[in-house]
Structures are given as structure tokens and as C-alpha cells.
Design a binder for this molecule. Sequence first.
Ligand code: HCA
Length: 416
Amino acid sequence: MENREPYQAQPSRIEIVDTTFRDGQQSPLLFDTEKYRFSLEEKKLLLAGLIELGVTHIEFFSPVVGKAEEHDVRELIAYAKTLTSKQLLLLAHCRCNFADIQKALEVGCNGLNLYLGISPLAQEFNAQKSLEESVALVSEVARRTRETHPGLYIRFSAEDAFRTHREDMFCLYDAVYPYVNTFGMPDTVGLAEPEDVEAVVSTLRQRYPEVGLECHFHNDRGLALANVNAAVRAGVNYVDASIWGLAERSGIPSVTGVLFNLSKRHPEIAAQYNLSQCYPLNVLMASILGTLVPYTEPISLTNRTHTAGVHQKAVLGEKRVYEAHGLHDFGVDKNQLLLGPLSGWNLIYYYLKEVENLAISKEQAKMLAQEFKARTHEIGRSKKPEELLLELASAHHIPRSQLPEEVPTARLENLD
Ligand code: HCA
């Protein structure tokens, strides 16, 4: 194949391929939140956030999924180009079908993420094509597309790669190798373990040295991020992710979780991405969906929140006891200690003295803590922990401090 621009491996560059606008919109969370699909305005905000973060590879639905989506993809591609002078790869997730490809190019995509499943299950129930038929179809589509569009970025993925016989995958990938820039290896149903991932990446890397490798891992077993780490160790070049990890079922890794993990082993990542935009991007999604940043998300305020008395006491003295990772560079610049049923006298003392400005001694705080502990069953939707504590402080006539008004009160969340 003469026309394909040879893949230039850049070991120091690992590209995030964001698929918020494709797999992300397949997330059940959009139904749970009665959002169903993002509006164009919301997509523009999210796109601007991603580009601000430094993401340059963005996957969209194939425009054939519907008129509204076609309109949005067109608008977003035009908008993306106004946001940065960086080279962007604006990818359509496309079936191996000339009409779909034609439409994707028409709306302005400059790359194709082609896919087809050839696992035994896909052959029987999904694509319903034999291996020979699939090889013939994909190689014909890839060959003709490459001939007519020599500079176009083309990725091909065998869907459900980890339930596909290795020899079948080789048969298909060997046939399309001359025409593509990148091969994917989707773990479509999230069954792979890190060892499986390392084996597949190493095998593909050896067999197809001239193309990039992309991973797309679903989180059905909660292993998606661990699998990304394994894939990166084994030499993958592109990592699929989405904001919050939104995708079919339990999703894929989040963009910010991937960047956070990559930065551990690849500190040079910090120079390629504007990491301080990570948390604002997660908060933007929260404001669009009207729900909190997921508590499992590494780049979240939840990951800087402490509730147990032992933890709160330690964090008041030295945060590093229960905070191993600095999130400041990722835009999380607060932490929180939540007064609640598990709090001990240390936080009670701190809260009443610093937030409520009461002239309380440590001995009084210890005594109040005992009473508080005895009445935590009262805490709930109708009585907040602070209310119960103030009730107790008032019953003991603990007076306000005589601080002049202009002295600022310390806030629990600003412990830096
Ligand atoms: C899908 C399946 C997919 C595709 C991934 C890819 C998967 O929703 O169409 O094209 O790389 O997980 O296999 O998300």
C-alpha cells in the first residue's frame, strides 16, 4: 500500500480518543437523568471543555443515526475548528458501509472509526456474516476508501475482540493492514483482565508494527481503567475514554481518570494536557446532567472528603495520612470534612470553634462529642448533624467568641 501515511510511533504521546458524543450518549445515565441526548449547546460546552483540556481526538456518532445527530456533528466540527489551531482528528464511528462513510466525510469528519464483529456470537447473531464474508467486506471497504482518500485517518476494530478467536482476528487484520492507520481491540462486554490485555496488545504490536493501536475497554467487571494501564504498559497508542466514563451499560474509563493514571507513569503527560481543566470538565457534566460528579471518579471533591472520626482527626493534622494523591494539579483545590454520625471530638471542636465561632474548650468538646454520639440516631433528612450539635452547645450555654467582626472564620473545606 503506497498511499497510507506510515504510522509514526511516538512513545511519549498517548492520545485520548474522547467518545462522549458517541458511546457517551449511549449511557443509561442519560435516561436515568431524563436527558436522553445532549443539546447542541451542551455539546458545544463539553467540546470546548475537552479541547481546553488538550484532547484532540473526538469521536462522533455516524451522522446516519439521525437528522438531529447529523446536524450536530456538522455544527460541532465547524465549532471545534474555531476553538484551537491544533490539528484535530474528528472521527465518525462508522459501519463498514460506503453510504455511511460517504455521509461522515460529507459532514466534515477527517477520520473513520470503522468496526465489525467477527466473534462466533457476532457471526451468528449480530453481523450475521461468516468470517470469509467479513474479511471480503472490510478489506474491500478499507481498500477503496484508502484509494479514494489517501490521507484519511482510518481505524478498524473487530468488535468484542476478547471473545474473538485470535486466528480469525489475524485473518481479518492481515487483510486490512495495508489500508488502515490504527487497529482497535475493543473489550465490548468488559470481560478482559489486565494480563489478557497485555497479551493482545503485545501480539498485535509485533504482528502489525506499522500501525497505531487503540484500546476501548468497557467496565462491566470494574476493570476498565486497570486494563488501560496494562494496555499502555504494553504499548498502546490511543485510549478511548469519555467524560465521567459515560458509555453503554457501566461505561468505559473516564477521560480524567485515564489522565490521572497516565500521569503517574508518564509525567510528560502534564505537558501535553491542561490537567487543571479535569475537575471543571467533570463539574460541567454534573451541571448538565443535574447530578453530582460520580463518587467513583478519581478527579472529584468526593475523593477529598473525609467522614470518619479517625480520618478527620488525622487529616486535620496532616492531610497526607489519608490523601496519597495530589489533585490540585487536576483542578480539585479543596477538601471537605463532613460533620456527621462518625465524627469525633476533634472535628466537633474544630467545627464549633472555627465555623460557629463558639468559645469552646477541648474538654467541653469531648463532653459534647459523647452526647452527640448518644443521639446520632436523630440525624437524618429532618435534622442535620450541625443542627443537633448546635442544639447541644446551646443546652450547655456555650458562648460566642469575642472576636472582632473582621477576623475571617476558617472554613472546613480550605485546609491547605
Ligand atoms: C458499540 C461497540 C463498541 C465499539 C468500539 C469501537 C465496543 O457500541 O458499537 O468501535 O472501538 O465496545 O465494541 O463501543
